[in-house]
Design a protein around this ligand. Structure first.
Ligand code: UDP
Length: 237
C-alpha cells in the first residue's frame, strides 16, 4: 500500500490517502504539543515508539473483542488503518486522580478511585475541549444515545484490559484518552492512538512518571521515559 495525498496533518500525526478508499496511512511524528498547542517541542524517537506501542495494544484489544481501526504496521512510523470519521469526543477514563481532574476538583494527584471514572470532552480546539455529559453530546448531535452507551462500554472494558497489560509490566495505568470513529457502515471502532502521549503511566513501585507529563511539566528525561516504558511493554509480551 502506497501513500497518496496528505489528507490531514495534526499535532503528532499525518494522515495519507491510499489507493483503497477505505484505508489510510497514519505517519507518527516526533512533534509534541501541550496545553492546547501553547507548548511545542520535539521528543526524539517518539513517533516510532507511539506507532509500535499503539499497534501492539490495539492488536491485543482486537483479540479481546474490541473493534479497532488497526490493520497493519508498515514500518517504524507508518501504519495502515481503516478510514473512519472521528466522533468529536475525547473519551477519558481515570483510575487515579491526576492532571485536569486534580486541578478542577482540588484533589491531590495520586488519590486512587474505588472504581474508574468515565468522562467526555468535546474535541474542539477552538473551545478548549470543554467537558460535557451524554445529554450535551446528544444535544450537540455529536453521537447518538446508542453510540454513547457503546462508547462507554468499550472504554471501561478497554480500561480493564489495559490496566492488566500495564500491571503485568510493573506500570500503573493512571488515566488515558481514547477516540472512536465510524466506519462507512456506521460501525463504531477504536481509532487514534494509545501511547505515552495519551496515557498517564507511572512506575508501579516508585510512581515515577513514564509519559508525556515529563514534557508538559519540564521534568526532563522525556525521551528516556518513552524508551523505558516501551521496553517494559515489549519485554512482558
Ligand atoms: N489527554 C490526551 N489529549 C488531550 C487531553 C488529555 O491524550 O487533549 C490524556 C492525557 O494524556 C491523560 C488523560 O487524557 O492521560 C487525562 O488528561 P487530563 O484530562 O487530566 O488533561 P491534562 O492534565 O492532560 O490537560
Amino acid at each position: 500500500m502506497e501513500k497518496q495525498e496528505l489528507l490531514y496533518e495534526g499535532k503528532a500525526k499525518k494522515v495519507y490517502a491510499t489507493q483503497d478508499p477505505e484505508l489510510l496511512i497514519v505517519s507518527y511524528k516526533d512533534d509534541a504539543t501541550a496545553f492546547n498547542g501553547l507548548k511545542k517541542g520535539t521528543i526524539a524517537g517518539k513517533g516510532a515508539i507511539n506507532n509500535r506501542m499503539s499497534n501492539l495494544l490495539m492488536a491485543r484489544l482486537e483479540k479481546e473483542g474490541i473493534p479497532t481501526h488497526f490493520v497493519e504496521e508498515l514500518n517504524d512510523r507508518e501504519t495502515l488503518v481503516k478510514r473512519v470519521s472521528i466522533v468529536p469526543l475525547e473519551v477519558i477514563v481515570r483510575n487515579i486522580a491526576a492532571g485536569s481532574f486534580s486541578k478542577r476538583y482540588g484533589v491531590e494527584e495520586g488519590a486512587v478511585f474505588d472504581r474508574p471514572t468515565f468522562e467526555l470532552s468535546y474535541k474542539n480546539d477552538g473551545l478548549g475541549d470543554p467537558l460535557l455529559n451524554d445529554d450535551h453530546a446528544a444535544a450537540l448531535g455529536l453521537a447518538s444515545r446508542e453510540e454513547l452507551a457503546l462508547i462507554r462500554n468499550y472504554a471501561l472494558t478497554i480500561n480493564g484490559l489495559l490496566k492488566k497489560i500495564w500491571a503485568d509490566c510493573g506500570v500503573t495505568l493512571v488515566d488515558f484518552k481514547l477516540e472512536f470513529g465510524r466506519l462507512g457502515d456506521g460501525t463504531i471502532v477504536l481509532a487514534d492512538e494509545i501511547s505515552p502521549d495519551t496515557c498517564r503511566l507511572w512506575d508501579a513501585a516508585t510512581h515515577e512518571k513514564l509519559d508525556k507529563d515529563r514534557f508538559r511539566r519540564d521534568l526532563g528525561g522525556v525521551e528516556e521515559a518513552y524508551v523505558r516504558v516501551m521496553e517494559r511493554l515489549t519485554n512482558s509480551l
